[in-house]
Design a protein around this ligand. Structure first.
Ligand code: TYD
Ligand code: MG
Length: 479
């Protein structure tokens, strides 16, 4: 093959380059370019000088107005999974289930396949990683031994497609995982981006043709050496990400992309000895191990998608010996923490420049809402002032750079969830308090962050006065 026919493909992002480079220009990863033959990519047509371009075929253009069909859905029988997909698997669609190795993707999908098979649909589970006996063993452990799921341990896409086209069309096909699949159409080595892409394309064509719902499992790896499923993300209809902290038993399923449904819903699961259990009321779970009455914790009334969710935000503010104090966040946005800290310094007279600050969202949840600002600020000040917040209060509200506390969406749903879980009061933006009708719990409206800080500091002074008066370390300078 002449040199002109060679191309180097990044195994992380799929970007192509004409020559080898240490660093991929597309994604900035190092040592990810691998030489692959150019005409071997799927869809690559032999072109070049001397070959006339193919004459195009005309097709009819349609008006925007016209008959629209609701995508035919196939409920999985697992409500938390259906919530994330938007009501079930869509026939003829392809979904990528991405997640760290060991997070529980195979377990979840085996349970989903069994649930679907139980309703009389044909479900096929193809494992490229485990032997049939291993999958059986797991099914037995999950109590699904009797489910009519059809199993195979295969990695050749051509063999798989030949098998799938035989007999009754399967409703659900699970390919575990796309990284182990290889197709003859592509000459590249198994596991490379070109192979992953080629195999995915063949399976997507099958899904569209046969009308089956196909789920591809994709391992996410931090280092770019192994072909990541990122290249597949653009090709599939939906990308679900299965997340969780290794040490926690909660697992969160999140739609990252969804052509047929919402992308802001989450499904909450708990990994137990008997597989994944659906958590229908996640607030109870996230608050279950709460340590009541210790300084630095605040309960945030959040919204994930359409569902209210109460979580504990924990802060630790401690004097630092470092020139540049530490700022560490788990489960929240780093730049939002910096913003809240800056507002506390600039408008509330809370001096944090000599303190290390740690912020953690309990239970391994990740919060993206600005509505968590107020709860985070309350937790931070509570820790600094060594003043526990009331155990029966929830917090929500967005903090603006001027120090004002701004209202947030869906206040009523947040308050209702807090009331349901036995909270007696809510610290909310002033505008929410004045507009609330029949909130069901006591509302404490705050107009500016300074108001909240003074209140917490006063609690701290009081509790210190009660215990032998130690030196104050948080004194908001009014003004
Ligand atoms: P698995 O589904 O194999 O993960 P993935 O396919 O994402 O790589 O799950 C692996 C982990 O789940 C494993 O460490 C053991 C744990 N597990 C349980 O705790 N309980 C169970 O019932 C099962 C089947 C697995
Ligand atoms: Mg697996």
């Amino acid at each position: 093959m002449s040199r002109r026919n060679q191309t180097f493909v990044c195994q992380n992002c799929g970007g192509a380059s004409a020559r080898w480079q240490g660093k991929c220009e597309g994604c900035g990863e190092w040592n990810t370019l691998v030489e692959e033959g150019v005409g071997t990519g799927v869809g690559a047509r032999p072109t070049g000088p001397g070959r006339p371009p193919r004459k195009g075929r005309k097709f009819a253009l349609e008006p925007l107005a016209g008959e629209a069909h609701e995508a035919p859905r196939l409920p999985s029988g697992m409500p938390e999974l259906d919530r994330v997909t938007g009501g079930g698997f869509v026939r003829g669609s392809v979904m990528l289930m991405a997640g760290d190795p060991g997070i529980g993707k195979s377990t979840l999908l085996l349970q989903a396949a069994a649930a679907l098979a139980r309703t009389g649909h044909r479900a096929i589970y193809i494992s490229g990683e485990e032997a049939v006996a291993q999958v059986r063993l797991r099914a037995e452990r999950l109590g699904l031994g009797a489910a009519a799921v059809e199993l195979a341990a295969e990695t050749s896409v051509e063999d798989i497609l030949a098998t799938l086209s035989e007999g009754k069309t399967p409703r659900l096909v699970i390919i575990d995982s796309i990284q182990t699949m290889w197709t003859d159409l592509v000459e590249a080595a198994p596991g490379t981006v070109t192979q992953v892409r080629g195999s995915a394309q063949a399976l997507i064509r099958f899904a569209k043709r046969a009308g089956s719902a196909v789920i591809l499992v994709g391992h996410v790896t931090k280092d770019g050496q192994i072909a990541g499923p990122r290249v597949v993300e653009h090709m599939v209809d939906a990308v679900l990400s299965f997340e969780g902290e290794g040490s926690h038993h909660f697992r969160i399923l999140r739609a990252v992309k969804n052509r047929f449904g919402p992308t802001d819903e989450i499904g909450v699961f708990e990994m137990t000895g008997l597989g994944l259990r659906e958590v229908l009321n996640p607030s109870e779970l996230f608050l279950s191990e709460r340590d009541l009455g210790s300084p630095g914790t605040a309960v945030f009334a959040g919204i994930e998608g359409t569902r209210p969710l109460l979580v504990e935000i924990q802060a630790l503010v401690a004097p630092s010996t470092l020139g540049t104090p530490r700022r560490a966040v788990v489960g929240w946005d780093n730049s939002r923490l910096s913003m809240v800290l800056a507002v506390l310094e600039a408008h509330c007279g809370v001096r944090l420049s000599g303190h290390d600050v740690y912020l953690n969202v309990a239970g391994g949840l990740r919060i993206a809402e600005p509505a968590a600002d107020l709860a985070a600020a309350a937790a931070l000040v509570s820790s600094l002032a060594n003043a526990p917040l009331p155990a029966d209060a929830v917090y929500f509200g967005e903090v603006s750079l001027s120090g004002a506390v701004r209202p947030v969406a869906q206040a009523a749903a947040r308050l209702k969830e807090a009331q349901k879980l036995g909270f007696a009061r809510a610290v909310v933006p002033e505008a929410v308090r004045s507009e609330a009708t029949d909130p069901g719990l006591a509302l404490n409206g705050v107009g500016t962050l300074l108001g909240l800080v003074s209140e917490i500091a006063a609690r701290g002074d009081k509790s210190r006065a009660n215990q032998r008066r130690s030196g104050p370390d948080c004194a908001p300078e009014d003004g």
